[in-house]
Design a protein around this ligand. Structure first.
Ligand code: CTP
Length: 423
């Protein structure tokens, strides 16, 4: 949903919108993208939220507090201490009453401070003092973003503190550099905030089994046959389903620290065993993993040595097709979703897999399109249902795609429940 499409008058002075009744602290740190935070503040208010802006001292070099005060109709908070150095307890009250703290833009400096719990300015203090959900929209130069320190800090915030990172976009930076580091668009951030805060509990009580990552088929103790899957889509799926109240089990080849059960596997056969163990008790299986179709017939116990021969032959045998097997034995009250990453004839290939594996839904993407898919935080997909409907989702964060799929799944499971009750 694009809240910009909603005329201001429809919210009126009573501010009724998707975020009606929600209190959002919008943290603004000192980067050029701070100017976009003005639009964001306005959007969030128009969507019904009570928006309180907290600016770091550096942010004031880019935008004035008066701008945010005018847009949000609330006082703007900048100082950790009052004029006479006294502590302001209302800041803590604000931290405690918020439904969400959104930091946009989040600079490398702020991200570093948050990951170590430094609170030498008001925004860091509020984030440390809040129990609300925290979302960060990083914005910085691409080299700063790629720096191991920043990547490490983002990892801590995401995996240990469970902050949601809104992936920065690709494009030309204010400094003239080109790359990934632009703050996500105001549309994307607004949509992600709306879906986060409106996160219905529509999958409560449902057991959802999700696979992620690429399997590794060993050749010898040091080598394996693998693929480029990063596991990001599957992890986003698991996070989205969990946020909707589902009992999620994630079976993954990529280690990840989450509050729901995570089973780490390596090979296709390991994955098959783990999935089959859980399948009977699940309401839905979402196979996001890239499963190797073949594995070496013989796994050498010793490292295979180079020989004088120019050629070497590796004999492979077929792996089980987990989705195909389970698609043919699934119960009527179960839903099965597959993925298809294709390099050519996307629609046709995805359609064939949907049918052959007896899936309820398949999500296809074209792996030849640059900057999406493998390893990226973004994807653009086509979604096909067994009933023959088709929907195209343009380039968007994988979490946004996951939210979309969860909406479909919640509807489908609700309909199945309804038809069971009706019988
Ligand atoms: N899949 C599976 N087991 C396999 C291979 C694939 O469960 N051995 C699942 C994947 O998790 C995915 C779907 O099937 O959800 C499609 O996977 P994909 O690799 O695109 O298709 P394949 O059937 O392997 O066909 P191909 O590799 O020839 O495109």
């Amino acid at each position: 949903m694009n809240t910009d499409d909603i005329p201001e008058s429809s919210f009126g002075t009573h501010d009724t919108g998707p975020l009606d009744g929600k209190t959002i602290i919008l943290g603004v740190s000192g980067g050029i993208a701070a100017y976009k935070a003005c639009d964001l503040a306005s959007r969030l208010r128009k969507a019904g939220a009570d928006v309180h802006v907290v600016m770091t001292p550096h942010a004031k070099a880019f935008v004035t507090p008066l701008t945010f005060q005018t847009l949000t109709r609330n006082p703007v908070h900048c100082e950790q201490f009052g004029e006479h150095g006294e502590w302001k307890p209302e800041h803590i009250e604000l931290a405690q009453s918020a439904d969400l703290v959104l930091v946009a833009p989040a600079t490398a400096n702020l991200i570093a401070k948050l990951s170590t719990g430094i609170c030498d300015e008001l925004l860091g203090t509020i984030i440390l003092a809040t129990q609300a959900e925290v979302m960060l929209a990083p914005a910085m130069n691409p080299i700063m973003l790629e720096h191991p320190a920043t990547q490490f800090n983002l990892g801590v915030l995401q995996n240990r503190y469970r902050y949601e990172i809104i992936p920065p976009d690709m494009g030309e930076m204010a400094c003239g550099d080109w790359g990934t580091g632009k703050m996500a668009s105001v549309d994307t951030i607004t949509d992600m905030v709306v879906s986060r805060l409106m996160a219905n509990r529509s999958l409560t009580g449902k057991q959802i089994l999700i696979t992620a990552g690429g399997t590794r088929e060993p050749i010898d103790p040091v080598r394996f046959i693998g693929n480029r899957s990063s596991g990001k889509m599957g992890i986003a799926m698991a996070d989205a389903a969990h946020a909707r109240g589902a009992d999620v089990t994630l079976i993954t080849t990529v280690e990840v620290d989450r509050s729901y059960p995570v089973v780490v596997v390596e090979t296709a056969q390991d994955m098959q065993e783990a999935v089959e163990t859980e399948f009977d008790s699940c309401d839905a299986l979402i196979m996001t993993a890239a499963v190797a179709d073949y594995r070496p017939i013989v796994v050498s116990r010793q490292k295979i040595k180079k020989t004088d021969s120019d050629d070497i032959v590796l004999e492979l045998t077929k792996n089980p097709d987990i989705l195909d097997l389970l698609g043919h034995v699934k119960r009527k009250d179960q839903v099965i979703i597959g993925f298809a990453a294709e390099s050519d004839d996307l629609l046709n290939n995805a359609q064939q897999k949907l049918k052959r594996k007896q899936l309820d839904l398949i999500i296809g993407n074209d792996i030849t399109v640059p900057d999406i898919g493998f390893g990226s935080d973004f994807n653009a997909v086509v979604i096909l249902t067994a009933e023959g409907t088709r929907e195209n989702l343009p380039r968007m964060p994988k979490r946004a795609i996951a939210d979309h799929i969860c909406n479909w799944l919640a509807n489908r499971l609700a309909n199945l429940d309804h038809s069971t009750v009706a019988k």
